[in-house]
Design a protein around this ligand. Structure first.
Ligand SMILES: [Zn+2]
Length: 140
């Protein structure tokens, strides 16, 4: 389960709408506590891919991830997950997402249709890396 505030949900949606028709991505920073991930901050990252590939892929450049991790450390937070948008597509991780994900983290995927974030779901990878399972979002 992942606990996310209404404000953070609004920030992620706004990021997805701002970057439409391209995918946005970012980090979720917070704490792991007894099987619950608590998001305390969102950290927006730009999409590193070339223009034409931006619509269906997302990638965080290693230096951007390192900057985000450094920021988290300096603020006493952990990276608990990643979020990204699917422009004009469902809020379900793609095969590409599965191949580039790690267990333990949460993956929030947003569906952004014609500039509006219409759906937002969270996913966790099965430990054998074969699939994603939907994860409950506890809003606060
Ligand atoms: Zn995706």
């Amino acid at each position: 389960m992942i606990s996310v505030s209404d404000e953070q949900l609004a920030q992620m949606r706004a990021h997805g709408e701002r970057d439409y028709p391209y995918e946005c991505c970012g980090l979720m920073l917070g704490r792991f506590a007894n099987g619950l991930k608590q998001v305390l901050e969102t950290y927006a990252i730009s999409n590193a891919r070339e223009e034409e590939a931006k619509r269906n892929r997302f990638l965080i450049r290693p230096e951007e991830l390192m900057r985000g991790e450094k920021y988290a450390r300096e603020n006493g937070l952990d990276v608990v997950g990643f979020y990204h948008s699917h422009p004009d597509d469902v809020a379900v991780p793609s095969q590409y997402d599965l191949e580039h994900a790690w267990p333990t983290y949460s993956y929030i995927v947003m569906s952004v249709e014609k500039t509006r974030a219409v759906d937002l779901r969270s996913w966790e990878m099965e430990s054998d890396r074969t699939r994603f399972n939907e994860e409950e979002i506890m809003s606060r």
